[in-house]
Design a protein around this ligand. Structure first.
Ligand code: NAG
Ligand code: NAG
Ligand code: NAG
Ligand code: NAG
Ligand code: NAG
Ligand code: NAG
Ligand code: NAG
Length: 472
């Protein structure tokens, strides 16, 4: 009932998986259980590489054999030119523009806040044109091209009224729903950044629907295409946010609540234990999507904190983390509390398994002082014999004009790369983001070029003239 808007996707899905094919959905649990029994018996006998290829051959035919295309997408702030940059990823602006212009039927966006046009400020700043262009392209798609646009955004506030989406809604270009996380889970925001075109192209990453995210803030995301199984699954995350909440809103329930049980249609079979096995850029890979907060995770969905811990614990040699903020506390709760979930996992990997840990954290005028204490404490472990933990702070340089732009010129990316997994997410690493704030992460395990590329991006930044040691 909730999925009526997406019948045509449902049909495509059924063609692939349903009655017409040999592969009956009802067989899935039994197949998975059998495969798992075989794996549990076999796995201890194999080394890591063989494990992955065993997983691969076990699941490949059973799940989704496709040639998925993944690309890293970056925003590199204007006038920030590396002395040594051999990497040239497509820009967020180009990818969003192409996605909008290639839409035939639907554009669905889950977002935090909207300032694509500079309507909150009177001043003119450098780098505003791109945001305006994306806004105009959306307006045109919704008004003139007959594209159905649905937007889920965090509940607007006085300070960020989301004039962009008000205009899109008023002009009949988009249906907009605001998600009140405070009412639903007692705090937090919708921090998700997810674009889905025709249920076939996906952007997920750190970029907000903000002009700054295109030209003045450093961002990392993923563009996914030719990957209908995964995109179908990611779409469920949008449906959780949009469709189900829409039902509450349309019933006029002021005191909306999270359902005790999400509809079966939103459950997933792809998670940390049974990822989707497919080809990513022609290399076999295990892929899944995790989501937060846990209250937004229907049956089968791995939580964001679950996937982050799993990625950390699977590392054999190194863990490179690039996140804007790393604070092992609940910082937005009424009483700030210690939240050492990720911190403990990193310390254990560094000490017990001698895995090298590097953290590249952002530094700007709004960086919290307490963050540095935690980072120093973590780095101090490298005083132990054989333990390698290193932290650097990344500073986006600004000229005089750029310094005047509020909340810009910062490294906003949120990803992690280990010797065997790439993780691209939307959350800062403090407890709040995993307990009451909505976000998601994409996990790509296996010998994929995406992992290689993400490592190269990390090393470019780590070794760049913009990365500095912690202050002593
Ligand atoms: C994936 O690409 C390879 C190489 O081009 C091709 O042989 C194979 O048939 C493709 N697989 C699918 C499922 O399209
Ligand atoms: C430039 O970057 C490449 C790739 O990251 C690296 O191999 C090379 O050593 C770097 N050169 C200098 C001079 O730092
Ligand atoms: C997606 O697949 C189509 C047809 O199989 C191919 O023409 C296109 O180049 C692929 N796109 C990407 C980004 O790999
Ligand atoms: C750890 O902290 C102590 C006390 O501040 C300091 O003397 C020492 O150099 C630090 N070690 C490392 C590796 O950061
Ligand atoms: C940070 O704040 C200082 C002091 O208020 C100011 O001089 C500087 O220009 C600011 N830097 C940026 C990048 O905004
Ligand atoms: C996390 O990210 C948001 C933007 O996505 C930023 O405004 C905020 O200050 C960050 N830090 C913390 C600790 O929440
Ligand atoms: C000082 C400087 O180099 N400013 C440049 C910053 O980037 C914009 C957009 O690329 C240029 O127009 C400015 O000239």
């Amino acid at each position: 009932m909730l999925r009526t808007d997406h019948d045509d996707f449902g049909d495509r899905y059924n063609e692939m998986w349903g009655q017409k094919g040999w592969f009956k959905p009802s067989c899935v649990p039994i197949t998975i259980i059998l495969v798992l029994i075989v794996l549990v018996v076999l796995l201890p006998l194999l080394d890591a590489a063989e494990k992955r290829s065993a997983l691969h051959s076990a699941f490949q035919s059973a799940l989704c054999n496709q040639n998925c295309s993944f690309r890293l997408v970056e925003s590199i702030p204007e006038n920030m030119s590396y002395k040594n940059n051999t990497i040239n990823n497509p820009s967020t602006f180009d990818v969003w523009s192409d996605m909008i212009s290639s839409a035939h039927k639907t554009i669905e966006i889950a977002s935090f806040y909207w300032t694509l046009r500079n309507s909150d400020v009177v001043t003119t700043y450098p780098g505003m044109k791109q945001g305006e262009a994306v806004f105009n392209a959306l307006l045109d798609a919704g008004k003139n091209r007959g594209i159905s646009i649905k937007i889920a955004q965090s509940q607007p506030s006085q300070t960020s009224p989301n004039i962009d989406t008000e205009i899109l809604a008023k002009k009949g270009a988009a249906k907009v729903r605001s998600v009140n996380m405070l009412k639903l889970v007692g705090g937090g925001v919708l921090h998700t950044k997810l674009w889905i075109i025709d249920r076939s192209l996906v952007y997920v990453g750190s970029a907000n629907t903000d002009w700054r995210s295109l030209t003045q803030v450093k961002e990392m995301g993923l563009f996914i295409s030719n990957c209908s199984c995964l995109v179908h699954d990611i779409s469920k995350i949008f449906d959780v946010i949009y469709t189900v909440l829409q039902v509450y809103w349309s019933m006029g329930l002021e005191n909306a609540e999270i359902p005790d049980k999400w509809p079966d249609s939103l459950a997933t079979q792809f998670n940390a234990i049974t990822p989707l096995i497919t080809n990513v850029n022609y290399n076999p890979a295990a892929v899944y999507v995790s989501s937060s907060p846990p209250q937004f995770c229907p049956l089968g969905r791995t939580t964001d904190i679950g996937s982050i811990l799993d990625v950390i614990q699977k590392a054999d040699h190194f863990i490179y983390i690039a996140v804007m903020d790393y604070i092992p506390m609940m910082i937005y709760s009424s009483k700030p509390t210690f939240w050492p979930v990720i911190d403990n996992a990193l310390r254990a990997m560094a000490i017990d398994h001698r895995v090298e840990v590097r953290l590249l954290i952002s530094s700007w005028n709004h960086t919290r002082r307490d963050e540095i204490f935690f980072l120093k404490s973590l780095e101090n472990l490298s005083g132990l014999k054989g333990v390698r933990v290193k932290v650097k702070l990344f500073v986006v340089p600004s000229d005089e004009e750029e310094k005047k732009i509020p909340f810009a010129r910062v490294n906003h990316n949120k990803y992690m790369v280990t010797d065997n997994i790439a993780y691209v997410g939307t959350s800062n690493w403090s407890g709040d983001y995993f307990t009451n704030t909505a976000g998601l992460g994409v996990i790509i395990e296996g010998n994929s070029d995406i992992r290689d590329q993400l490592e190269a991006v990390f090393l470019r930044d780590w070794n760049s003239e913009f990365a500095f040691p912690l202050p002593s």
